[in-house]
Write a protein that binds this ligand. Structure first.
Ligand SMILES: [Zn+2]
Length: 305
């Protein structure tokens, strides 16, 4: 059984080094299976965890999968995927995104354009559209089915919506006060290329704010390989040091990282806990109280430099 040739083999996407030590792997490693074998795991249909082996880069310390889906395979898999976070509920999403927006704009004292990669239906866009600091909204969202909702979220501010995340040429260089990526960077095969493009768009005093998982979080050390971000959607995972190095190498100046809070309805948390323990709770009515927890996510803010 040698399915490796079906997938992309790559060097470290942050520093280009070749060679690291395997650190996290599933009982049956994704790289030993075929694309067709992996489809049901991608869609979360099986409880058994299968993911591509993560190596620790010997050059820069990034945790990344040296074998992963290629861009064409990812395009096909994502296009067959359900919208993000559907099961969580609007109250909890709104509470979480409100905190992200407050943290991302805290102390921002320039006005200019707003850029978001992967804004989904525009939870944060709707807040930013009420903030006089932001002028033109540049929104890159591959899921065309949410473009109408996204447009509505801009609340009649000038906007440009594109489905092509790989091409930011519509955004004037040096014009952006705030660029946002919420749970986007650790899905990209070439995160450095994206960061270099975004940096060119920032104006002096502007910043990029990035939410990712933190692979050095307490939650990861408690859960081990059961930690949910070890999955087929993440070609690499960051910690405060590895994301800082990546941003510096992409030309950014000051980088600040802090733990970020997520809000989840209590019913969602109970279901997740039960799911992890192998119990199905679908038919049990549960309370809808919203909880805020530090679940091992981090927000990274980097200045134009
Ligand atoms: Zn590296």
């Amino acid at each position: 059984m040698n399915a490796v040739t079906n997938f992309l083999t790559r060097d470290c996407p942050a520093c280009g080094a070749n060679g690291g030590a395997a650190e996290a792997f599933s009982g049956e490693a994704a790289e030993t299976l075929s694309l067709d074998d992996l489809r049901p795991y991608w869609r979360g249909l099986f409880q058994k965890k299968v993911f591509f082996t993560y190596d620790r880069c010997g050059g820069c310390g990034l945790l990344y999968a040296p074998v992963f889906f290629d861009q064409a395979q990812l395009g096909e898999l994502y296009s067959a995927m359900e919208p993000n976070m559907d099961a969580i509920g609007d109250d909890a999403i709104e509470a979480t995104q409100r905190i992200y927006f407050e943290e991302a704009t805290n102390g921002l004292d320039v006005s200019g354009n707003f850029l978001e990669i992967g804004p989904d239906i525009g939870y944060i866009v709707a807040r930013a559209a009420l903030d006089p600091r932001f002028e033109h909204f540049y929104l890159f969202e591959p899921n065309k089915s949410v473009h109408a909702e996204l447009e509505a979220a801009t609340n009649r501010k000038p906007f440009t919506i594109s489905e092509d995340m790989g091409d930011l040429s519509a955004v004037p260089d040096g014009s952006v006060a705030l660029a946002l990526m919420i749970h986007v960077l650790d899905h990209l095969l070439d995160p450095k290329a994206m960061l270099v493009q975004i940096r060119r768009k920032l104006k002096p005093g502007g910043r990029v704010a990035i939410v990712t998982h933190n692979e050095r979080s307490l939650l990861r050390s408690v859960m081990g390989t059961r930690w949910p971000p070890f999955c087929l959607q993440h070609p690499e995972l960051y910690n405060p040091q590895s994301i800082t190095r990546l941003l510096n190498s992409a030309g950014y100046g000051e980088v600040e990282v802090h733990g970020s809070k997520n809000y989840f309805p209590l019913s969602f948390m109970v279901r997740q806990a039960a799911y992890t323990a192998g119990i199905k709770l679908e038919r049990v009515p549960l309370p809808r109280t919203v909880l805020g927890l530090r679940l091992g996510n981090m927000m990274t803010i980097a200045s134009a430099g």
